[in-house]
Write a protein that binds this ligand. Structure first.
Ligand SMILES: Nc1nc2c(ncn2[C@@H]2O[C@H](COP(=O)(O)OP(=O)(O)OP(=O)(O)O)[C@@H](O)[C@H]2O)c(=O)[nH]1
Ligand SMILES: [Mg+2]
Ligand SMILES: [Zn+2]
Length: 359
């Protein structure tokens, strides 16, 4: 945050959040948005100023849930202590790395996700699909932003347009934009999504140029970025905490440190959306537990033979499903039950058939 005053609407407050509050709460409490997370505290903004809320051993003081950047909390006007975290319109989660392996919220109440990759050797369709599943699981449509368009020709001879065309194959109709993060004119291509009050999260590997993009969208270079290493086009890891930036244009950007190990949690819904064509074919296989290897009447196998589906996508779909199932098992018993219950409720809500047996 720049320190200047904002209205709640400028911070992304909408009727969706207001409707979650009782009349009494609207009188006695102040809504505040989580703008950054630190080791011992979180920083929230009411628009009039920023407040530091200490984090207790288990979650923030009294709060019902662990907050994430972008969350809205209600602060008691008399004490300025947090009372309640408001239900989220959307949340991006991942399986926490290392021991414990709980599901960790990355950012909340997001309108658009920029999946950031680059026109360099880092570009990888399987990785883009991984982010796509995560985005679709939270119900938010992604935009793929390919940075370092100026370096495209250096690493392999493909043009930025070639990179865009390859990225477009992972989801028909998904916007894909190539930019040079150092060129403010080029970054203007992202304006259609950067509307006032809209919250955008930037997800992508370390060094792809997320912070550089935030700076370019701000129109100035005030946040530290790393240097591109010669040879592999990678940058050095510099962003160390998730931060919500409120730009003068009114857009809210969440810069996330490069996610080295983006492990899928139980985002089976997102995977099924990202690979809807393959899921549909699977429904036509003779056996419900078909592995699409050599089984008779295998619709996926037939489509592969006809060249109608990409073998890489089919293989990545299978791998991501397996990983999500492992993620589900790795999460603690309570989280596992909650995730399964929420997924079942979502499926019921969408009027869909029950999920097929897990393989
Ligand atoms: N040539 C070129 N360099 C870029 C571009 N975008 C970013 N860079 C450089 O790439 C390096 C890494 O950029 P950052 O913005 O720090 O990357 P990041 O994604 O924020 O990285 P983390 O904070 O580690 O997640 C920096 O040296 C940038 O100057 C671009 O479009 N073209
Ligand atoms: Mg960064
Ligand atoms: Zn099959």
């Amino acid at each position: 945050m720049n320190g200047s005053e904002r209205t709640l609407a400028e911070l992304g407050w909408t009727d969706y959040f207001k409707q979650q509050c009782t009349g009494q709460e609207l009188e006695d409490m102040l809504p505040a948005r989580v703008v950054s997370m630190h080791r011992g505290h979180v920083v929230v903004s009411t628009g009039q100023g920023e407040h530091l809320l200490p984090v207790a051993d288990k979650g923030i003081l009294k709060l019902n849930e662990q907050p994430a950047v972008g969350d809205w909390v209600l602060l008691e006007k008399s004490t300025m202590l947090p009372a309640r975290l408001l239900p989220r319109a959307s949340v991006f989660k991942r399986l926490a790395p290392g021991a414990g392996r709980g599901v960790q919220p990355i950012a909340a109440n997001i309108d658009t996700v920029f999946i950031v990759s680059s026109c360099t050797a880092e570009f990888n369709l399987n990785r883009l699909e991984r982010y796509l599943c995560l985005a679709l699981d939270s119900g938010v449509e992604p935009v793929v932003v390919l940075t370092k368009a100026d370096l495209a020709r250096e690493s392999g001879g493909d043009s930025p347009q070639d990179y865009c065309r390859r990225a477009e194959t992972i989801r028909p109709g998904m916007p894909v934009v190539a930019v040079n993060g150092h060129d403010l004119e080029s970054v203007k291509a992202l304006e259609p999504w950067c509307r006032p009050g809209q919250t955008i999260v930037l997800l992508g590997s370390s060094g792809v140029g997320k912070t550089t993009l935030v700076n370019a969208l701000k129109g100035k270079g005030e946040h530290r970025t790393g240097h591109v290493r010669k040879g592999d086009g990678k940058g050095r890891h510099t962003t160390t905490r998730r931060t919500l930036h409120v730009l003068s244009s009114g857009v809210l950007l969440v810069d996330v440190p490069g996610i080295r190990e983006l492990q899928l949690h139980d985002c089976r819904d997102g995977i099924e959306r990202a690979f809807a064509d393959i899921v549909e074919l699977e429904g036509q296989c003779r056996f419900a537990d078909c592995r699409h290897e050599n089984e008779p009447d295998c619709a996926v196998g037939a489509a592969l033979k006809q060249g109608e589906v990409d073998p890489r996508r089919t293989e990545n779909y299978r791998k991501l499903l397996e990983e999500a199932d492992e993620g589900l098992q790795a999460a603690s018993g309570k989280q596992r039950r909650n995730a399964a219950r929420a997924a079942a409720a979502r499926r019921r809500g969408a009027g869909r058939k029950p999920a097929k047996k897990r393989r």
